[in-house]
Design a protein around this ligand. Structure first.
Ligand code: DP6
Length: 325
């Protein structure tokens, strides 16, 4: 029974907008770092007696939308007439909190599913496959820093991530998990509504290409100031674009703004640190490992920050011997 593990990733240059919603083809590239603490494990057992797939996620049997999304994904891999699957999946972090769980989830499912059904084990092909489950999952096939090229082909075969070879910047992350209910609008719907209604969308897409070049150069040059400029710029531009949709999409909550100000105050006082925020209220602060403890402590001081998860850079998605106990 194949068991796979994959880490979620956080984008330094964001993906926000598709050119093809069915194939999850992005309108622009993106660049991310994989985080070790945001890890998912997934096993797949083929069950010749079962009439349909089954899924246990974080200890609970799932039906409905969650199961059907996983099942449709496995349909991309399994040969006609192949047995149904029993999927068991678990994450080391709260999946309902909107912490990029679809990225680690679909990367792990791509690796375990391909192994179970005799599919590919080639990373580029796995990245193309994982992308079909969730766009950002394309980047979680690789460890460290990964760049996802938008690609130009209609069939999406050239739209996959690649590792940024030779980038050795040591970076760690502190994630301020904000107290909040379920998010109002998920990233899939949020980016589509933005594409359809935001007057800023074309400007956003034009900026992404410039940001990708700036970000890659800053990473290679270990230039923390330039990196902070582009990472925070990409995050705020993505959110500005979403906020300008009609009706506006606002992921920030009170602790989000508080944490952003906190990160900027720390930087002003001399700590190399920068923030980013995905489609939710949580703030991710990137800093060199030597500053991680102090940054995490500072972010935990807000009463509505439930916990701060700290992480180093994660490795690639892979097959492992067994589920961790
Ligand atoms: C804000 O990959 O979750 O995290 O392709 O529709 O599944 P789908 O979207 P998803 O979007 C991620 C959006 C983001 C930015 C990023 O990770 O680049």
């Amino acid at each position: 029974m194949p068991v796979a593990t994959a880490c979620a990733n956080i984008a330094l240059v964001k993906y926000w907008g598709k050119r093809d919603t069915k194939l999850n083809l992005p309108a622009a590239g993106s660049l991310s770092v994989t985080l070790d603490a945001l890890r998912t494990w997934t096993s797949i057992e083929l069950d010749p007696a079962a009439a349909s797939d089954a899924m246990v996620l974080d200890g609970r049997q799932r039906e409905g939308k969650e199961l059907s999304r996983a099942s449709k994904f496995l349909d991309l891999i399994r040969p006609a007439g192949a047995p149904r699957a029993r999927i068991v999946t678990r994450s080391a972090f709260p999946t309902a909190a909107g912490l990029a769980s679809s990225a680690s989830g679909f990367a792990a499912l791509a690796v375990a599913g391909s192994a179970a059904y005799g599919g590919t084990s080639e990373p580029r092909a796995l990245s193309v496959l994982a992308r079909r489950g969730s766009g950002s999952a394309a980047r979680s096939i690789f460890g460290g820093f990964a760049r996802w090229d938008a690609g130009v082909r209609d069939d999406g075969t050239d739209s996959c991530a690649r590792p940024l070879e030779g980038v050795t910047l040591e970076l760690a992350a502190a994630i301020a998990v904000a107290r909040a209910g379920e998010k109002e609008i998920g990233s899939t719907d949020g980016m589509e509504a933005t594409r359809e209604t935001s007057p800023y969308h074309a400007a956003w897409l034009a900026q992404v290409d410039r940001d990708l070049a700036t970000c890659e150069a800053a990473l290679r040059g270990k230039d923390w100031d330039a990196l902070a400029g582009v990472v925070e710029g990409s995050c705020l531009a993505m959110h500005a674009n979403a906020m300008a949709a009609r009706p506006g999409i606002l992921y920030f909550r009170a602790p989000t703004l508080w944490a952003i100000e906190r990160v900027r105050a720390l930087r002003k006082a001399g700590t190399p640190v920068m923030f980013t925020v995905d489609a939710g209220p949580h703030v991710v602060a990137f800093t060199p490992p030597a500053h991680l403890e102090a940054v995490a402590k500072a972010l935990g001081e807000h009463p509505e920050v439930d916990r701060v998860i700290t992480s180093t850079i994660g490795g690639p998605a892979s097959l492992i011997e067994r589920f961790p106990s």
